[in-house]
Design a binder for this molecule. Structure first.
Ligand SMILES: [Fe+2]
Ligand SMILES: [Fe+2]
Length: 177
């Protein structure tokens, strides 16, 4: 880092996790892992978190705020990878432009619900309405991705293409620490 100065050092510090994530994404595909495995795992974790939120009837405002933060962080990383890597690739490679537009629209609705969730920390009724809305929005969306869109894209890619995609997915997710 000699000669880069403080700003350069900070930039390297930010880029390093992305480079490491890129390499680990490619390594996983080399070992035979589906490039979409991370995103599918995210779906499970997001839905599990929402279920925990729905059952936290007596949660304090602090606990709700913590839930909202954890949920926002996870869904933001996930959406970055899908919106910036997977969906553009899907539009280009899998002739799924119309279906992809629908996925982007569904993400936009999720972001509105996430905003409502954050705004209703102190209002039980609105909080649970937002939690339920997110579950209802995410469940069919995740199913569509896992059962239709990801397989459609995977079927059109060779091993090198899958490695490149995995690298990009992991790199994009690493942008949010
Ligand atoms: Fe999605
Ligand atoms: Fe997804």
């Amino acid at each position: 880092m000699i000669g880069l100065g403080a700003a350069g050092g900070a930039l390297v510090g930010r880029l390093l996790p992305i480079l490491i994530a890129n390499a680990s994404g490619a390594a996983r595909v080399t070992m035979g892992q589906d490039p979409f495995a991370t995103l599918i795992r995210d779906h499970r974790e997001l839905l599990d978190l929402l279920e925990r939120m729905e059952h936290s009837v007596d949660a304090s405002a602090l606990r709700k705020a913590t839930f909202a933060y954890l949920f926002k962080r996870k869904i933001s990383k996930h959406a970055m990878a899908e919106e910036n890597v997977v969906y553009p690739t899907l539009t280009d490679h899998a002739e799924r432009a119309e279906a992809t537009r629908k996925l982007y629209e569904e993400h936009a609705r999720m972001k509105i619900l996430l905003f409502e969730l954050e705004q209703s920390i102190s209002n039980h009724e609105s909080w649970f309405k937002a939690v339920r809305g997110l579950s209802e929005e995410i469940e069919p969306h995740a199913r569509q991705e896992e059962e239709v869109e990801f397989p459609a894209l995977g079927a059109r890619m060779d091993k090198a293409g899958k490695m490149k995609l995995a690298r990009k997915i992991h790199g994009e997710q690493a942008v949010i620490v």
